[in-house]
Design a protein around this ligand. Sequence first.
Ligand code: DP6
Length: 362
Amino acid sequence: MSTTTYNNPDLIFSGKIPEGIVGWQSPSNIALVKYWGKKGVQIPCNPSISFTLNASYTETVVEYHPTANKKWVTFYLDRKINEGFEKKIEAYFETIEPIFSFIKQLDFTIRSKNTFPHSAGIASSASGMSALALCLCSIEKEHFGIEGSDQDFFKKASYVARLGSGSAARSLFGGVVSWGQIDGNHNSSDLWGTQQVKDIHPDFLSYHDSIIIVDAAQKKVSSRVGHGLMNSNPFAAKRFKQAQSNIIRLIKAMKDGDIETFINITESEALTLHAMMMTSNPYYLLLKPNTLQITERVFEYRERTGIPVSFTLDAGPNIHLLYPNRVRSEVKAWIDSELKQFAFNEMIIEDEVGEGPVRLSI
Ligand code: DP6
């Protein structure tokens, strides 16, 4: 078996084909240095790094049976059949068949639910794909019993999750996780995520993320299309270089407990991500007036009080407010009095840095 592809033609059931059930809970994550632009088979154009979240996660339970050659994948999201996802998962299963050669010997019934509301506009691909990848790795482990450490297990799950969605590669571990080759850092890879918690200052391992939902609508331009537009973005090469240096500086700041540099890099990364969308062609803009209202208030509040609260954004208008645990009561009071008015239906999701996936006991 090659460690760079995990392809393994030997993972085939030769005797009786089994049935069983397995489940995992796996978290979402919020990128601090953004993945935006990819090449080849889900290889990022620059490394990224994220906080693993705690409260925002997907629970996925997979039942598998010997195939009846009728319906390969049955998928329920929140107890409702979802044919769109069934097609996507079947296409994904085709691409990972060389890794799990047994996959066509089985039929799957997959039940998934997210803790965050479907209407929250939060991408569920990171938590969803990582939970599914873990279930497949557990099926393999159960029936082919390949020896290996926990670390090997999660590394393979991260590799498999990456093939479903790039950001999912970072959801397999707790704390601070990178994905993508970082210059001069042997503990990083384009193929899987790596936990970067060694020596991280404790302030950053108990960070809070209050997610202010500005607009709950599905985004108009998918991340897949957005990544593709980086191929012709005139600023792309500079951007990929900048991400390399930002990630190295950010890891250092997180080790030193340097919140000022952390704020500077993460806010710049958020705005640069959206600048890339605005400078693509076709160009587009996902920020909303209330996104800007909130960013203005973050700048003003930080200036006025010195409290180290900052924001980041994913590929949408919602604000992730980031702050250390020690200022949480002041920040929460401020969110209630000043920021709630800008949230769609006053929707705010309270989250914080989490410890990574958990196997469900079923
Ligand atoms: C802006 O991981 O959703 O959230 O690999 O096509 O599934 P695919 O893209 P996806 O892109 C995430 C982009 C981002 C930044 C990030 O999470 O690093």
